[in-house]
Design a protein around this ligand. Sequence first.
Ligand SMILES: [Ca+2]
Ligand SMILES: [Ca+2]
Ligand SMILES: [Ca+2]
Ligand SMILES: [Ca+2]
Length: 153
Amino acid sequence: MIAFLVLIGSVAVYGQHHGQAHNHSCIFNNHHQLLSSQVVSNVIADIDKDGDGIVEPTEVQAEFVARYDVDKNGSITEDEFVKQWHQHYHDDRDFVGYLFHNFDVNDDLSLTDNDLVAWSKNLDTDGNGEISIAEFRTYMTNLYTNCVTAHGN
Ligand SMILES: [Ca+2]
Ligand SMILES: [Ca+2]
Ligand SMILES: [Ca+2]
Ligand SMILES: [Ca+2]
């Protein structure tokens, strides 16, 4: 019950457009002064390990599960995600919190395979069953520069 109330509380705070939800900001800020396009390129290089120009769900899974699920329990919490992403890409933690909520498609405050399935469908904008680097870059660039709200719609 207490956990449930805490969950409702945090969702309510995040939902306030002008509230003091100080741990989420869609304003890009990088502690190493990288441009958003440089960070997006770094993310792509990390995910498309075989360099074939296609972002496969298995590649996303390998990258995210290996690096972000620190306690290896099969889901990635906001704490795990923010800490790892910040260390690796040097984006401001508040901005990473905003990324996390966009990646958390079903809003249960953890990243799992369920999110990955929904997320893959959203990104495949030409519907050919694959996520190209161009599709992935468009999605990430939107997140990084256009301040899109949770889930990009
Ligand atoms: Ca690939
Ligand atoms: Ca975990
Ligand atoms: Ca989720
Ligand atoms: Ca596609």
